[in-house]
Design a protein around this ligand. Structure first.
Ligand code: CP
Ligand code: NVA
Length: 308
């Protein structure tokens, strides 16, 4: 049987994404008050091993997958890409075959999205995209969970993405038709999302509005989302900081959004660059619930992949 990969939001049916999200919520509720190292009562992935490959740095993704697989009854092994034979020229095909013989699933954070797709084509076990240059689908499940927990009805909600049209922005666009929110994107023309990502959302009747300013995107928004102006792998930091600085989320920008609008940021954040400290550390910010929900979301993703 073909393995069930979690590579991107856009190819997955809305019903599957909804069931992953609901599983994340019910699993979180079921272990409320448990010490962090205590296993979930049902340990559905007992005996399973997750390999994690990192070509780039990570705090949340690494911790949440590691704690997540343990709480589900399994174990993990971390492979630093720099120490693997992959870095010395071993092919992705051979790496995929070897991994498939020894572990039950692989989570990879990679520089090139195409490498993750190739890995998934050659592996017999589920491959999970833990962030690439193109997308960050796991983040979206945690973000949707956070917004619903804070009372937002995603259907008909207006979410504003301001700043760089990066990997996380692409996944926000992919998820718009799946969860029924409209996405207002405020970016400079030099940092727009890839047209393909917008088209993917629109092909499923997702509403995506693109603006040249943060203010236009923020008007009437229920949520404002920011991310770093310089992603891992970006080489032009100085220019980016200059071009993107008018897109910083300030208290003034939050005031343009709907009253009580929420603030999200996948973290790591840079106070004084993409977000003002008064916003990220203020009452409208959900960033630490969002970070915690990575754990609950990863568990639901792992289960979905391995249930097949
Ligand atoms: N948000 C996120 O993916 O964080 P890390 O880079 O720390 O994993
Ligand atoms: N856009 C950021 C997200 C980090 C979680 C990056 O790719 O570095």
């Amino acid at each position: 049987m073909k393995a069930r990969h979690f590579l991107d939001i856009w190819p997955l049916p809305a019903s599957e994404l909804r069931s992953i999200l609901n599983e994340a919520k019910s699993r979180k509720a079921a272990r409320s008050g448990f010490p962090k190292g205590t296993l979930d009562v049902d340990t559905p992935l007992s005996g399973h091993v997750l390999a994690m490959i990192f070509e780039k740095s990570s705090t949340r993704t690494r911790l949440s997958f590691d704690m997540g697989i343990r709480q589900l009854g399994g174990t993990s092994v971390v492979l630093n890409a720099a120490d693997m034979q992959l870095g010395r020229g071993e092919t992705i095909e051979d790496t995929a075959k070897v991994l498939s013989r020894m572990v039950d699933a692989v989570m990879i954070r990679a520089n090139n999205h195409e490498d993750v797709l190739k890995l998934s084509e050659c592996a017999d076990v589920p491959i999970i995209n833990g962030l690439t240059n193109r997308s960050h689908p796991c983040q979206i499940i945690a973000d949707m969970q956070t917004l619903e927990e804070h009372g937002l009805d995603l259907k008909g909600a207006r979410i504003a993405w301001v700043g760089d049209g990066n990997n996380v922005a692409a996944s926000f666009a992919h998820a718009a038709p799946k969860f029924g929110y409209s996405l207002a994107i405020g970016t400079p023309s030099s940092h727009r999302l890839d047209k393909k990502d917008i088209e993917r959302a629109r092909a499923e009747q997702g509403r995506i509005d693109e603006y040249d300013t943060a203010e236009e995107a923020a008007a009437g928004a229920d949520v404002i989302v920011a991310d770093t102006f310089v992603s891992m792998g970006d080489l032009d930091a100085e220019r980016r900081l200059k071009v993107l600085s008018p897109y910083a989320v300030t208290p003034e920008l939050m005031a343009i959004a709907n009253p009580g609008a929420k603030f999200l940021h996948c973290l790591p954040a840079h106070r004084g660059e993409e977000v003002h400290a008064d916003v990220i550390d203020g009452p409208q910010s959900l960033v630490f619930d969002e970070a915690e929900n990575r754990l609950h979301a990863q568990k639901a993703i792992l289960q979905w992949c391995l249930a097949a």
